[in-house]
Design a binder for this molecule. Sequence first.
Ligand code: MV4
Length: 449
Amino acid sequence: MFKKILVANRGEIALRVICACKELGIPTVAVYSEADRYSLPVRFADEAVCIGPPRSADSYLNVASIISAAEITGAEAIHPGYGFLAESAYFADVCEASNLTFIGPRPEVISLMGDKNRARARMKELGLAILPGTEVITSEEEALREAEKIGFPVMVKAAAGGGGRGMRIIPSAEELPHLVRTAQNEAKASFGNSDVYLEKYIAAPRHIEFQVMGDSHGRVVHFGERECTIQRRHQKLVEESPSTQVDEDTRRRIGRQIIKALTEIHYTSAGTVELLMDEKRNLYFLEMNTRIQVEHAVTEMVTGIDLVKYQILIAAGGHVPFEGETINLRGHSIECRIVAEHPETFAPSAGKITVFHEPGGTGVRVDTASYAESVIPPYYDSLIAKLVVQGKDRPEAIRRMSRALEMFIIEGINTSVPVHQKIMADADFQAGNFDTHFLTRFSRNGDGG
Ligand code: MV4
């Protein structure tokens, strides 16, 4: 087992990784920017190293500083959390070259999945359904021809994109040349790569994703699905497991397809296969995230399995200790991402939390690095806490979430708690009747507030 692990992240996920390490008896090193000197990961890690000024580019994205911190402290492995360097094949490569274990998949697999087009082609080859679409667009004529074949409206997406960036809906042939060019420019500016491709547009889809884990001995298992359809501006606000739209048969069938495909590519570590569900409940592969995700806790709640712990054990050469088909889902879990935001503009609102009281009790879990008098810095994302509940069924989970939200006191900054309360009280949400446009009903300006 690793003698020491460096946690290359901040906030709640850094703390989450430190929790797993403590339970495994592995000493930890926190790295922190000057803005995070008084943070809980720094307090709870066995050692802490300042890696630079507040801006991410100067600290949490600074590969040389992080590798140096690992070398100075004698860490043997690096856990990247999510965001920052978690899906950088370059960083995974540098770790390897520096004799440090990157706790994640192999650099080649990160690269494969980072190229959405290559990933789609490979997963299709391995038996997963994908939406009708194209390879990288090389000319306007080709794009028009292919779009006619798919049928309008189509969607143009950045090959290096993901998470909704660099996407455009193309309603008809007239708009195509202009929108393809816009997408190419945006892709170039955001990712340094102007490659785009076309895909059939699904107007009112749901977002379903499967949690997976693979070991270095060739075993891959899945832990069922999460439903992450309730989003605003490509930021997930509510996640749950299982999905009301996935029955036992579908779960088994898609689960088997995913396990087979990921076994072929020798997938190691935790990962998420993201699928789009159309109006007829068909599921199509969209992309794969090669990291532990924000919403991993809902899967932990319904399976009773500590995913981060196994991610670490597997990185050290351990075996996935379950048979794929024996993982049972117990009841229902829901997560609300409590973010610091302006209630009208939804702009991230940084500042000092004056009062902080988190809910507890049966079936309630709060993952956070916030506390009374702590500061949400303006440099990073605005997540304050993940409030996760588990219940015997979905109605119980919803009631439990409602009372937990009521008992969550955060003062000094504006938060998304009122939005979450509204969602839990919504008749359509309670009936499982929603798609990606659900939150547009909640805002005056109709953009998903
Ligand atoms: C789509 C789509 C409709 N048709 N692809 C947004 C995040 C990214 N990973 C995929 N996304 C979408 N891809 C096709 N062909 C609609 C979305 C989408 C979306 C998907 C899931 C949850 C919320 C969403 C909000 C807007 C758009």
